[in-house]
Design a protein around this ligand. Structure first.
Ligand code: AHR
Length: 704
């Protein structure tokens, strides 16, 4: 930065042709199965410190090297109120083992090699004999099953010898990863579907204990299983001791055969108190983003696998995510092989997704399979009958979400406890199909059927799995020709790509479809990655007339179960923490503004335009201007701001700063990247502010 010759650029920039190519994020990414090492520890996510930096009075300082000049009397793009949202896919144990807080792994004994080559029907379970009693266990798949969708169950064959109050035989579940995490004083519902062949029944005891010490974490609960039909038994236990290595022992006394299915240990404390609800700490961290939309459930979960139903003769277990599998009583939801290499219980199903969207105040955007796979499978299912079944399923989905409580599918929603409609407005058909032409033929059939019956629904298309290339260009062309409103783009790129492609959307055709950036992320969770993403987001906001929705991906990762990193929010069985990228996303999504104020910036010679990005937006609720500056340079940027006469002279600006070592990574034990809240008292129609090196700064400047 030795030369003082300013270089100038302005916002919005003159249109130019974009569609920069980038790497494909499909199949290759599946091999990115890496584990994040490093320390573990929880962090308070919302902590803020108030400090008052010294103001620079304009007259005193000739050293301003950068300028940002805004003209608040001019208006730039309006920012859609859907701008920042989330994409929630059950990858990295985001759902089962994460947001879905069932502590028992493999509660329905359905696990198998189809899910993961290491799985079998007793994954998560071990046998245990108490006292002199013995027995054996077998997972069976026969006519005695709980229901057609829940095909396997465990039979405990009890050898009565030695049975008595302190004797029995049963199974112990070890939970997910290191064991069940429980806090002291927490209530759990213990439940099981069971039956016995014994006229006098069998006692079934439930002991939640530490796997390490064997110490009971709650008083043992005992239920009596009666002879005859499958019956659900349940009781509540309250923990008196906290642990993160819990296990649940389910021990039957007496003799005979006791059948078990859907063995569950479910916390009473869920997000917003819903039954079958979500893990509150993870849900709250997501809510901290104040997302405007919730795209779900995939991702590769949607455009991979077979599109057949779970039915005879095949009882297909590698299915694409089909919404009807995931609603109704949990014991009737057929589990599935999750594309990311584990089993999906579907306890977190469409109803729970819609309910979560409602809790978050977010627009739900479900994605349905278009019968063209991607993510490395890249295949087309040419079966008109099956395609029509899926099209009908999509129409039924609209009814499930929005139909009257006495309609066929609306009544399913009502029975699940939500007679009011969920207010579905968007449906995305297909995820990111690399076979663009073939996908689009199917897409058009869905679109036509949806528009005929539900013209109120926006049908979202996509441009494939990459930021550019032939498939991308062709899909944009096809979407444009078909008058699609929103095209979902996905790309995962290096930080440098995000820095260099700030102007990507400047040249997009304003007459064509708008952009739904449904999945983006730079390859890393360092602060440098987050800075690059922040710089990029300023470019998206400048282009908010065409970029309507934006979501980072993937959203969630269990530290011990990742298939993909980086990720936005990390957790383990007891803690959750936001990445540096989360802090950037949170800043942009909670302080968005409603419209862009056109600005012009100048940089000193030697400064790199890619490393100093800014955008100014207006918050019409209170008139504030939100000056958003990303300084990726190591050096501070002494900046002369001219925001116009509208600025309230002498007013105090609130400042939120993210600053740190570009190599810094937030972990469970250490969160070096977190927002610092300050105030700045030198506001005038022109004033100076020093943006630290390696920082993202949001200045909220009051206007008169
Ligand atoms: O976000 C991870 C994966 O990336 C998604 O499942 C898929 O849509 C994309 O390839």
């Amino acid at each position: 930065m030795s030369s003082k010759t300013p270089r100038q650029y302005s916002t919005p920039n003159p249109p130019r042709r974009t569609n920069t190519t980038g790497s494909d994020c499909g199949p290759a990414d599946r091999s990115l199965i890496s584990r994040r090492g490093g320390p573990i520890l929880g962090a308070a996510l919302m902590g803020a410190v108030l400090v008052v930096p010294s103001a620079h009075a304009m007259e005193e300082d000739d050293a301003a090297e950068y300028t940002i000049t805004a003209d608040p009397s001019e208006s730039g793009a309006d920012i859609a109120d859907t701008m920042y949202g989330i994409f929630l896919e059950d990858i990295n144990f985001a759902g089962d083992g994460g947001l879905y807080p069932e502590r028992v792994q493999n509660r329905s004994f359905e696990f198998g090699p189809v899910d993961n080559e290491d799985y079998h029907p007793l994954t998560g379970w071990s046998e245990e004999s108490v006292g002199a009693a013995g027995g054996s266990v077998e997972v069976v798949d026969n006519e005695g099953r709980l229901n057609e969708n829940n095909r396997q169950y465990a039979e405990l064959r009890l050898e009565g010898d030695g049975a008595g109050p302190d004797a029995g035989f049963g199974l112990v579940n070890s939970g997910f990863f290191d064991g069940m995490a429980v806090e002291e004083g927490a209530e759990f519902e213990v439940s099981v579907w069971a039956r016995t062949d014994q006229e006098d029944g069998n006692d079934l005891s439930f002991a939640l204990r530490s796997s390490g010490s064997g110490e009971l974490l709650a008083d043992e609960a005992v239920l009596t299983v009666e002879e005859g039909e499958w019956t659900q038994y349940s009781t509540t236990i309250t923990t008196h001791t906290a642990a993160d290595d819990g296990e649940l022992a389910v021990i039957a006394g007496g003799s005979g055969t006791v059948a078990l299915d859907m063995v569950s240990l479910y916390p009473e404390d869920t997000f917003n108190g819903h039954a079958n609800g979500l893990r509150p700490d993870i849900a709250r961290t997501i809510a901290g983003l104040d997302p405007d939309f919730l795209r779900f459930p995939g991702g590769c979960l949607v455009n991979t696998g077979s599109h057949e139903a779970y039915e005879e003769p095949d009882w297909e277990r590698g299915r694409s995510f089909q919404w009807k599998d995931t609603v109704g009583p949990v014991e009737e939801r057929p589990t599935n092989a999750n594309w990311w290499g584990y089993n999906q219980s579907y306890g977190l199903g469409y109803f729970e997704y819609f309910q979560f969207a409602q809790d978050l105040g977010a627009t739900p955007i479900p994605v349905v399979p278009a019968l063209v796979t991607g993510c490395g499978q890249d295949d087309v299912t040419d079966d008109e009958e099956l395609l029509n079944r899926h099209i009908q399923d999509t129409l039924d989905l609209v009814e499930f979400a929005n139909g009257p409580a006495d309609s066929e599918w609306g009544s399913v929603r009502a029975q699940m406890g939500h007679p009011e409609p969920f207010g579905l407005t968007h449906v995305q058909v297909g995820n990111e199909e690399p076979l663009g032409e073939e996908f689009f033929e199917h897409f058009l059939e869905f679109k036509e059927a949806l528009e005929a019956e539900h013209p109120e629904i926006t049908v979202v298309g996509n441009s494939g799995p990459a930021s550019g290339g032939d498939n991308f260009d062709r899909l944009w062309e096809l979407n444009d020709e078909a008058g699609v409103d929103l095209v979902d783009e996905h790309y995962y790129e290096e930080a440098e790509w995000f820095l260099a492609n700030h102007h990507r959307y400047d040249g997009y055709d304003r007459e064509g479809p708008n952009v739904f950036l449904g999945e983006y992320g730079s390859w890393g969770n360092t602060f440098h990655n987050a800075l690059a993403e922040a710089a990029y987001l300023t470019g998206l906001e400048r282009n908010a007339d065409i970029v309507e929705l934006v979501a980072y991906a993937p959203l969630l990762a269990h530290e011990e179960g990742t298939q993909w990193e980086p990720d936005l929010i990390w957790f383990d069985n007891s803690h959750v923490w936001g990445s540096a990228n989360y802090e950037v996303s949170r800043l942009f999504s909670t302080q968005t503004g409603d419209s862009v104020v056109p600005t012009e910036a100048t940089l000193p010679g030697g400064a790199d335009e890619e490393l100093f990005r800014q955008v100014v937006t207006r918050d019409t609720q209170n008139g504030d201007l939100i000056v958003k500056v990303v300084n990726v340079h190591e050096d501070e940027a002494v900046t002369h701001l001219e925001l116009g006469e509208e600025v309230e002279s002498g007013a105090t600006a609130t400042v939120t700063t993210l600053q740190g070592d570009p190599k810094a990574v937030n972990t469970r034990d250490d969160r070096p990247i977190q927002p610092e809240e300050t105030v700045f008292e030198g506001v005038d129609d022109t004033f100076e502010y020093t943006f630290p090196g390696h920082s993202v700064t949001f200045l909220r400047v009051p206007t008169v």
